[in-house]
Design a protein around this ligand. Sequence first.
Ligand code: 48H
Length: 254
Amino acid sequence: MTLNEVTISRAILEEQHQTLIDYLEMDAAVVGGGPSGLVCAALLAERGVKCALIEKKLSIGGGMWGGGMMFPRIVVQDEARRILDRFGIVSREFEPGYYVAKSVEAVSKLTAAACSAGVEFFNLIAVEDVMIRGDGRLGGLVINWSPVDMAGLHVDPLTVACTCTIDATGHDAAIARMVERKGGDLHVKGEGFMWAERAESQIRDHTREVFPGLFVTGMAANAVAGECRMGPIFGGMLLSGERAADLVAEKLGR
Ligand code: 48H
């Protein structure tokens, strides 16, 4: 068999072009591919929700790759260990109640699970704005290639329609801030000091629908609520992603 470069290019263009068209309308758009977004997307897709994950960076995984200060290990507490197990992420008990796992394995297995469940990934695409109409709901996202933003190019975006949006953009709570900036009835209080016990115990409660059609998960949930940060303990991220999936599935009647 001789390899034809034009066929290779056509395969990539036709496949991804059609995928993008297929996802111009979807049930759930998860913005941000960190741990909370990955768990949320994987669990939604497992329930048959048409779900895309939009990530502005090249790689999926957000802040989990780097573990704690670039030591590629994460800590997960007792309550969240079952989520590590569910995704086949190996962990070791360090002291009673504290489990350590390898961050590269954690990101890879969460990503693989999301792929297997049917999540469609759109990396290198940034959400730059939101669509809110007369019904007062967030019903769509304004997207553009991340390199367009990085290069400061004046290129107009495209849009996708989604019934539910999940802000999993981490510390920035980028989507919630867009709603606030454009005059939506939503106040992002901003993240508080480091206090692992407090931050981890509150994050599930802060994971909620903060604006019609917009759910927050992970660090974004704590940032909207003015809650503390927790450092490199990731149980709260996993539990928050799971909670967000439950809330969105309930909203969608799944
Ligand atoms: C598309 C975007 C956009 C955009 C951002 O930061 P993350 O890993 O998010 P979480 O909340 O799942 O996990 C937080 C965790 O990694 C962490 O930082 C912790 C626990 N910190 C504690 C502490 O005390 O510091 O991932 C968010 C992702 C990133 O990959 C961004 O690139 C992406 O969202 N993103 N994607 N469009 N507008 N904004």
